[in-house]
Design a protein around this ligand. Structure first.
Ligand code: C2E
Ligand code: MG
Ligand code: MG
Length: 582
C-alpha cells in the first residue's frame, strides 16, 4: 500500500493504520479494535489467509470484518475459508475498497449497537421480572389479575385454620385447556383471558345466592399461578359448596369476548374441607388440587370433592407418572407387535405395535394402566412420537430384510391429536423411514379419538391428506353414530374383543353381525380383534370380517421373536405367513 492509496482512503473519512508483520498486525488489532481490516492476501508471501484466521479466532466477522485483497481464484478460496468478510481483486480499485470498507465498518457499528441493546433489554427483562416478583411478595397481590397471590392465600388459610372459628373449605379451580389457548391465541390473549376470568370470578362471588345469609361464608379468592385460582370459605356444608361450585362454573362458562375471539371456557373445580383443627394450609391446598385434577381427568367442566381415597390413587398415579418418565427417558419402554391376518387365507396383512413397560419391581405394567397416567401428566405426546418412530423404523428394517409390504398399525390416543401438530410428526417420520404412507395405519379408539372437536377433525383431515389409513379401534365400546363414521373418511374398523367373545353367547351374534354388516356397507375394512378360539374365527368369517387378530394366532411379541415366526411361502414370496406354534 502506497502513501497515495492511504490518501485515497482518507478521502472517504477512513483513518488507516498500517502493519507490516503478523505480530504488528495482531497487536494493532488488539489495541485499536478497528472497525474493519484491509488485508492483502499476498501479505507476508501468502500468509495473509493465516493472519485472517488468527484474527477470526479472536473476533467474530461482525466484530472485526476483514476485506481481503486477492489475486486469482486460489487466494479468493483461501481468504474466504479463513473467514474474510468480503473480497476485492488485485490490483485494487481504491474507490471500491473505500466504499466496501465504509459499508463493513457501518455494519460492524450497527451489529455492536444491536448487541449492546440486546444485552440492555435482557437486563431490563430480568430487572422487570425481579421487580414483579418483589412487588408480588411485598404486596401479596397478583399483578395481572389484582387478586391475592399464592403467598397471600396461604397466609389467609393459615389464619383461618388457626382461628378455630369453624370449618374451612378451599376450592381450587383451573381453567380447562388454558395452555392450548395460550399457545394458539398467543400470550397476550392468554393474559387477557386470565384477567377476564378473574373479574368474572370476583363478580360471581360478590353475587353469590344467599350471600351473608344462608350462603357459604366467603373469605377470599386468589390466583395460585398459571390458570389456577382458589376460593377460601368458612363452610363445610356439602350442598352449599356444591351449589357454589355450580354457580362459579356457570359464570365462567358464559361466552367471553377476547379481542376478535368468542370463547366458551370451562373449568375444573376441586373442593376440600378441613373438618378438624390443625390441618396445615399446604395439606388443604394439596387436597383441593387433587380433587381438581380428578375433575379434569373426568373430562373437565365439573367439580369433585376431595376424598382420602382420591389422595392415595392420585399420589400413586403421580408416582407412576414419575417412574414412567424415568423409564421413558432411560429408553426402557418397548414395543411388541401382534400380527393381523386375512380372515380367510390367514396371511399376515400387518402388525400392530403395542407399548410394553417391564418394571423391575412390578413386572409388566399393562398399557391400559399407564397410558391414562401418561395422558394426564402430559407425556403422551412425546411417548406417542417415540412409538411412531420406533414402529415405522421397525417396519423399514423388516422391509429392508426382505419382508413383503405388510402394514404397521400404531395406536393414537385422543390427547395426541389435541396437542401440537401430530400430522406433521407423521409426515416427518414417514419421510425419515422412507415408508409408503399407505403402509401406516393409525388406530383411533372409539372412546375418544373420534370426537367432533374441530381440532381433532382438522388433524384427521390432515392425516388423511398424507395418505395414511385411519381405523376406528375398540368399535362397539363407544357411542359412534353411523353418520359420524361417514363424516370421518375412515378406512376400517376393529370390532372390540368383548364382542368377539360374546358372539358365541345369546345376544352377542346379533350385535357382532350387525356391526360387521354396517362396516362392510360403509366399505370399511372390518377387523375382529381378540380372537382366541377356532370357533370364534369361524363365526367372524361367517359374519364377513375381512381380517382377524388375537391370541389364537399370536400374542404380541418382541420384534425379533415375531420375525422368527414370519415366513415367506416358497410359491408366494410376496406374502407373509405365520409359522404355526406347537
Ligand atoms: P388395543 O389397541 O385395542 O389393543 C388390543 C389389546 O388386546 C392389546 O392389549 C392386546 O394385547 C390385547 N389382545 C390381543 N389379542 C387378544 C386376545 O385374543 N385376547 C385378549 N384377551 N386380548 C387380546 P394391550 O397391549 O394391553 O393394550 C391395551 C390398549 O392400550 C390397546 O388396546 C390400546 O388402546 C392401548 N395402547 C397400547 N399401545 C399403545 C400405544 O402405543 N399408544 C396408544 N395411544 N395406546 C396404546
Ligand atoms: Mg389397537
Ligand atoms: Mg382395540
Amino acid at each position: 500500500m502506497f502513501r497515495a492509496d492511504i490518501e485515497r482512503l482518507a478521502a472517504f473519512g477512513l483513518h488507516t493504520h498500517r502493519a507490516s508483520g503478523w505480530g504488528e498486525a495482531l497487536a494493532l488489532a488488539r489495541e485499536l479494535r478497528p472497525a474493519a481490516v484491509l488485508l492483502d492476501s499476498g501479505f507476508l508471501e501468502g500468509a495473509g489467509p493465516q493472519l485472517c484466521g488468527a484474527l477470526r479466532r479472536s473476533w467474530g466477522p461482525s466484530e472485526m470484518p476483514v476485506l481481503a485483497i486477492c489475486g486469482g481464484p486460489r487466494e479468493v478460496k483461501w481468504a474466504l475459508s479463513a473467514g474474510a468478510s468480503d473480497i476485492v481483486e488485485r490490483p485494487p480499485n481504491w474507490d471500491l475498497v473505500g466504499r466496501r470498507l465504509l459499508a463493513l465498518a457501518s455494519a460492524q457499528r450497527t451489529t455492536a449497537e444491536l448487541e449492546h441493546n440486546r444485552r440492555q433489554l435482557a437486563q431490563a427483562h430480568v430487572a422487570l421480572a425481579d421487580g414483579r416478583r418483589k412487588f408480588e411478595q411485598e404486596n401479596l397481590i397478583d399483578s395481572l389479575t389484582r387478586l391475592p397471590n399464592r403467598f397471600q392465600i396461604e397466609r389467609i388459610l393459615e389464619r383461618a385454620l388457626l382461628a378455630d372459628a369453624g370449618p374451612v373449605a378451599l376450592i381450587a379451580l383451573d381453567l380447562d385447556r388454558f395452555s392450548e389457548l395460550n399457545e394458539t391465541l398467543g400470550r397476550k390473549t392468554g393474559d387477557e383471558i386470565l384477567r377476564l376470568s378473574a373479574e368474572r370470578l370476583t363478580a360471581c362471588l360478590k353475587n353469590l345466592p344467599g350471600r351473608g345469609g344462608a350462603g357459604p361464608g366467603l373469605m377470599s379468592a386468589a390466583r395460585l399461578g398459571g390458570a389456577e385460582f382458589a376460593i377460601v370459605l368458612r363452610d363445610s356444608d356439602a350442598a352449599r359448596l356444591a351449589g357454589l361450585a355450580r354457580f362459579v362454573l356457570d359464570a365462567l362458562g358464559k361466552r367471553m369476548t377476547v379481542g376478535d375471539h368468542q370463547l366458551h371456557l370451562s373449568a375444573s373445580l376441586g373442593i376440600a374441607v378441613a373438618a378438624q383443627p390443625n390441618v396445615a394450609p399446604e395439606t388443604l391446598l394439596r387436597h383441593a388440587e387433587t380433587a381438581m385434577y380428578q375433575a379434569k381427568r373426568a373430562g373437565g367442566g365439573q367439580s369433585h370433592v376431595y376424598h382420602p381415597d382420591l389422595g392415595i390413587t392420585a399420589e400413586s398415579r403421580l408416582n407412576m407418572g414419575r417412574r414412567l418418565l424415568e423409564v421413558f427417558e432411560r429408553g426402557a419402554l418397548e414395543l411388541h407387535y401382534q400380527p393381523l391376518l386375512a380372515a380367510e387365507s390367514r396371511r399376515v396383512l400387518g402388525v400392530e405395535a403395542l407399548l410394553r413397560w417391564n418394571d423391575p419391581e412390578r413386572g409388566w405394567i399393562p398399557p391400559a394402566e399407564f397410558i391414562p397416567v401418561a395422558e394426564t401428566m402430559g407425556l403422551m405426546g412425546e411417548i406417542g412420537v417415540w412409538v411412531l418412530e420406533t414402529a415405522c423404523g421397525q417396519l423399514r428394517a423388516w422391509l429392508d430384510d426382505g419382508l413383503p409390504q405388510i402394514r404397521i398399525a400404531v395406536n393414537v390416543s385422543r390427547r395426541q391429536l389435541e396437542i401440537g401438530d401430530f400430522a406433521a410428526e407423521v409426515k416427518r417420520v414417514l419421510c425419515e423411514t422412507r415408508l409408503d404412507p399407505a403402509l401406516l395405519e393409525l388406530e383411533l379408539s372409539e372412546r375418544g379419538a373420534l370426537h367432533r372437536d374441530p381440532q381433532i377433525m382438522a388433524q384427521l383431515r390432515r392425516l388423511k391428506a398424507i395418505g395414511v389409513r385411519l381405523v376406528v379401534d375398540d368399535f362397539g365400546t363407544g357411542e359412534t353414530a353411523v353418520s359420524q363414521l361417514r363424516g370421518h373418511d375412515l378406512d376400517g374398523l376393529k370390532i372390540d374383543g368383548s364382542f368377539v367373545r360374546d358372539s358365541l353367547g345369546e345376544d352377542g351374534p346379533v350385535l357382532t353381525a350387525a356391526m360387521t354388516a354396517m362396516g362392510r356397507h360403509l366399505s370399511l375394512h372390518v377387523v375382529a380383534e381378540g380372537v382366541e378360539t377356532e370357533a370364534e374365527l369361524v363365526k367372524m368369517r361367517e359374519y364377513g370380517c375381512h381380517a382377524v387378530q388375537g391370541f389364537l394366532f399370536s400374542h404380541p411379541l418382541p420384534p425379533a421373536e415375531l420375525r422368527r415366526r414370519i415366513m415367506l411361502p416358497l410359491d408366494r414370496p410376496d406374502v407373509c405367513e405365520l409359522m404355526a406354534v406347537a
